[in-house]
Design a protein around this ligand. Structure first.
Ligand code: SF4
Ligand SMILES: [Zn+2]
Ligand SMILES: [Zn+2]
Length: 325
């Protein structure tokens, strides 16, 4: 594990007399490393319990990218599962998109951490499943008139490989490392694109749908009430050896997601609670939409059989065909 410095700030902890590591503008609390660490771990546990994310009988698969979020998630879920549920051991699942340097570094660290925690670790690669790494896809599509951004290919393919990989591993729950900032950002993106069906389908307590469920594993996001900068501080306190930057494509491509995040960060300077407002807005709106939006008929993709809305072919199969044409 890397030895990251924790920068202590001026001031005394609201709960004890130690020097502080974080000032929470949204709550007015000042916390020292030890009180902060235990608060974060309690929040993760309470989120799992409040939203009934896991049952003792579940087999949990953790999506492990090797970033600060997924290491924090794996460490906590492993502790909770061993202490409380004592059900089947957790398995970590990493998708290797094939992004030079970035993913190689993350996979090396993910493998080491799984060894240290004695957790089974499965790696599934784009190249094995769709024939090309993401870097190769981007090079291949470079001259193409309909070329898309890396994230368009990556998100669709990765989502499918994670889902299928988790089910093949016998998982009943797939834990994702999305934090509060990610949830706020995605919600705002979906509003900007008027994706009400998607917001509705993300309702956390949505009813079981016997037509769709056999294809998609239940996803949970235990970090969803923790802002990104707090996961950053937590991961440094725990000395997790995570990749210290974002994926290079996030910087290269002019994706809207990045702009939405910058907008939220700007708003936070004036309204520190803004991400919590977006989170609560998402919870309320997804419940309302889920009750009111008429359930759409789903076609089955004519290649893989997965539900694909009004289309005849799902996005994943479309991309695969496009890559091999
Ligand atoms: S930023 Fe885009 S290309 Fe990079 S891992 Fe995320 S979705 Fe994939
Ligand atoms: Zn303290
Ligand atoms: Zn398909």
């Amino acid at each position: 594990m890397a030895n990251y410095n924790i920068f202590l700030k001026r001031g005394k902890c609201t709960r004890c007399t130690n020097s502080i590591v974080i000032q929470r503008k949204y709550s007015g609390e000042n916390l020292c490393p030890s009180c902060f660490e235990s608060n974060i771990e309690k929040t993760i546990y309470k989120t799992i319990s409040k939203y009934k994310m896991v049952k003792p009988s579940d087999k949990i698969i953790v999506a492990l990218s090797g970033g600060k979020d997924s290491f924090s998630l794996l460490y906590n879920l492993d502790k909770i599962q061993k202490r409380l549920y004592r059900s089947e051991p957790i398995t970590a699942l990493t998708i290797d998109e094939g992004i030079k340097d970035y993913r190689e570094y993350c996979i090396k660290n993910a493998t080491e951490v799984c060894k240290q925690l004695d957790i089974e670790h499965k790696i599934i690669s784009f190249r094995d499943k769709v024939g090309y790494s993401l870097d190769e896809i981007i090079t291949k599509k470079h001259q193409h008139p309909n070329k898309r951004y890396a994230c368009n290919y990556c998100a669709t393919i990765r989502r499918r490989l994670l889902n299928d990989g988790a089910m093949e591993l016998g998982g009943t729950v797939l834990a994702m490392g999305h934090n509060l900032t990610d949830i706020a950002e995605t919600f705002l993106m979906n509003i900007l694109h008027k994706r009400f069906n998607l917001i509705s389908s993300q309702f956390i307590y949505k009813q079981e749908n016997s037509l769709i469920n056999p294809y998609f594993i239940k996803k949970i996001t235990p970090l969803m009430r923790i802002p990104e900068e707090e996961i950053f501080v937590y991961a440094n306190i725990k000395k997790f050896n995570y990749y210290p930057s974002h994926c290079p494509f996030r910087e290269k491509d002019p994706i809207l997601r990045k702009r939405v995040l910058e907008f939220i960060q700007e708003c936070k300077k004036y309204s520190p609670e803004i991400e919590f407002n977006l989170f609560n807005g998402f919870m309320e709106l997804s419940a309302i939409l889920n009750n009111h939006i008429e359930k759409r008929e789903n076609n089955d993709c004519k290649f893989c059989g997965y539900p694909c809305g009004k289309a005849q072919v799902c996005n994943y199969c479309n991309f695969k065909m496009e890559l091999h044409s």
